[in-house]
Write a protein that binds this ligand. Structure first.
Ligand SMILES: [Zn+2]
Length: 166
């Protein structure tokens, strides 16, 4: 395991982003995301139009829904609860949710796979490493503390730990 505080800009290979497996147009049956002109987006009006000609539409789960189903995170944020007051924790949880919603508007394939309270740590798994970075940075911006980035070649994912300075 390498310590990569300096490698904030690490860009991971995303095996789920292979465009060749998606025909145009494709609709994700799980989240209704549309693939068209090499982009993924939500568009309710366009979705309804597509549904009127279902035989011309391909149905296949989008990369985000496949990662959620396969439990394949590209980023994991660990929030160490030591030294964090309960009301701060509530603020943090709200902040994480807001950050995830904002990033999803920017990139609809950025989702939280799982957000789990494991006693002394909150573990947030994300479908993109960018979302993990944004969550970690937002927590640090408000609550300060230290971020530690680590990246293992074998696992192909970015781990970020936030810890209050002791
Ligand atoms: Zn989907």
């Amino acid at each position: 395991m390498k310590r990569l505080n300096e490698l904030y800009d690490v860009k991971l290979h995303d095996p789920y982003m292979d465009r060749s497996i998606y025909k145009d147009p494709t609709v994700c049956p799980s989240c209704k995301l549309i693939y068209h002109n090499k982009r993924w987006f939500w568009d309710e009006k366009f979705y309804n139009e597509l549904m009127e000609n279902k035989d011309k539409v391909n149905f296949k789960e989008c990369p985000a829904c496949r990662k959620i189903r396969d439990h394949y995170p590209l980023g994991i944020v660990y929030i160490v609860k030591e030294g964090v007051k309960p009301h701060e924790l509530e603020d943090m949880k709200r902040m994480i949710k807001n950050e995830a919603e904002a990033e999803m508007r920017r990139n609809p394939l950025a989702r939280i796979i799982e957000n789990k309270d494991e006693g002394d740590t909150i573990v947030i798994q994300t479908t993109t490493e960018t979302l993990a970075k944004k969550i970690a940075k937002a927590v640090q911006r408000t609550f300060h503390g230290d971020l530690t980035f680590s990246f293992s070649d074998g696992q192909k994912l970015l781990r970020i730990e936030w810890k209050r300075k002791s």
